[in-house]
Design a protein around this ligand. Sequence first.
Ligand SMILES: Nc1ncnc2c1ncn2[C@@H]1O[C@H](COP(=O)(O)OP(=O)(O)OP(=O)(O)O)[C@@H](O)[C@H]1O
Ligand SMILES: O=C(O)[C@H](O)CO
Length: 494
Amino acid sequence: MCAKRVLSVKNLSVFIRKTSTMSDLLEIFQKSVESVQPASLLEKQISVTKSHLVVNTTKHKFGKRCHVIGFGKAVKDMALKMESILGERMQRAVVTVPVGIFREGKPSTRIEFIEGAENNLPDENSMGGALKIKELAQTLTMDDLLIVLVSGGGSALLPLPVPPITLQEKHELIKQLARKGATINELNSVRKRMSILKGGGLAELAFPCKVVSLILSDVIGDPLDFIASGPMVPNKDSPQLATDILKKYELYDGVCDSIRNVLCEVQMSSGNIPMKQGLYAHVENYIIGNNKMAASAASVAAVSRGYQSMVVSTCIEGNANCIAISYAKLAAVLAKRLTGERDCDILEKYLEEFESQYITTEGLREGIFKLEDKICLIFAGEPTVVVTGTGKGGRNQQLALNFAIEIFKLHIPRNVKVSFLSCGTDGIDGPTDAAGAISPNNMDTNWVKFAQDCLDNNDAYRFFQSWDGGDNLVKIGHTGTNVMDIHVLVVEKK
Ligand SMILES: Nc1ncnc2c1ncn2[C@@H]1O[C@H](COP(=O)(O)OP(=O)(O)OP(=O)(O)O)[C@@H](O)[C@H]1O
Ligand SMILES: O=C(O)[C@H](O)CO
């Protein structure tokens, strides 16, 4: 993506009014989003020869026919780039994408794009697309090569329930599970057991055709069997797992007969019996982009803007409010250090505490002790918010606002400035038009009270609209990519 798309002309005037640290934060985020644009990732990693598709350095024979399928929030640009790389070699392409993705106009293409899954929820349209993908996969032979493009949001864009489960029944159960705070791994373990194509189903249908799948990861640690519910990877979950998850969230007793029967059958058949003992020798999966790339691009951008920077963790998950407290404590310890308090024990103790809560970059402690001027720490991952209020917001806005309140409580030395940005790389935070927000950093007690009231009602968007003319909301629109969230923490002397 070009810089103009992230900070469009419309947003540029707002951008110029921002303080220099704010514009640094925005540019650092912009660089991280640019680094994981699907089209440029493919451009760098994919090439073709007369007879082969080359992924990095690995060659895959085209065979007689080459087809493309795809599903996910970020596969539109992947598919268009693939079409331009393959040219006439591409026989047929069927790709499911979110509704409204072509708002700015549909390019001329031979790809059959199917728009569905409004608000990231499976619907008849995405099921129609899944059916076409299934039919295409079933016709393939050993003479074919199938290229599969996968990104986050793929689960909702490839729904095909195991009969007699209906789409509505499956969708209702997943919605309830999500509302109860189930993790993405738990949701997808349940989805895999109720779906024909997930949990390796698509790979099995495509056999004996050779399959190359190119995946943009939106799950921490890039687990192939969970991204978009792993349609190209054997389901290694225990046969009991989906049932146990439903029991854990007290949903099993209420499930409809069709779901209960399908889950019972899974248990009796000891789960899937994947072909070739789950080896799937006909499939090669490649992660073409992830949040590590985005985090490291952010850190490089920070360095080029004069900060001392490091990536602290790319595995940030858990309750957004707890994460805000951890970040604020870390900022406070670093702030003290900048003012000359060389109390290594406090920093060491706090880092130990932080490391025990989150999976951190190796060498964090040694690295952080070397930072002592204009510090910019990068974090990546996907916190969760259990929504109990009636307000409007998203996990990034919730985190940024909570961080500001915690910083207020901690009394940062006057000559140190702490700034923080939390944004989703897909450009959309919850059901709002913002990617996230930059924390306000000089609230008085009245503003803090208002902030706390908003936070308690999951109404962070309202706070940010009121604060400083809404300047702290980061509005960039859909970015065309999705590798979870990026958090940027700056601690510097004024
Ligand atoms: N009012 C709110 N305040 C805070 N968080 C909210 C609010 N409403 C929804 N959320 C959070 O937003 C999340 C959904 O947001 P979003 O659509 O950005 O994430 P997603 O569907 O997981 O997408 P992706 O993983 O592809 O980025 C929910 O997990 C929920 O916790
Ligand atoms: O589609 C999904 O399952 C999630 O976005 C995780 O990849």
